[in-house]
Design a protein around this ligand. Sequence first.
Ligand SMILES: [Zn+2]
Length: 137
Amino acid sequence: MPVKRGPGAGLRNDPVGSYDPAIAAEMARQRAAKRRTPEQAAELRAKRLQWSRIAGRMKPRVFEMYGTLCWLCQRAEATTADHVTPLSKGGSVDDLVNLRPCCASCNYARGDRDPEEFRATLRAKFPKVKPSRNWFG
Ligand SMILES: [Zn+2]
């Protein structure tokens, strides 16, 4: 059987029937190489727990300084503190300059994307919705 390389290669339910254990093994090896080790995962969990505790502590001060309207959608009441520069990109965890009030859905949906990029997504998704304040706050 000829070895298929390209789409479907290494897939067990490849309709063409060109499943190749060698390619599948190589793909599995590449996936495994990208995976975090248990130690790395535990370290990341511990760090995130610490971050969330710090964010919880900072929240009242963030709301006091910036108000309680979500800084991304400018519509929802903020229940979380969002990091302007994501922590995963080296943003400060407890600097008020790096924190903004944010609703939970925006905070979660934004992830570690650029705020402008996320706002553009919002505008594309809800073209008729006008922000109640300056969207670019
Ligand atoms: Zn929001």
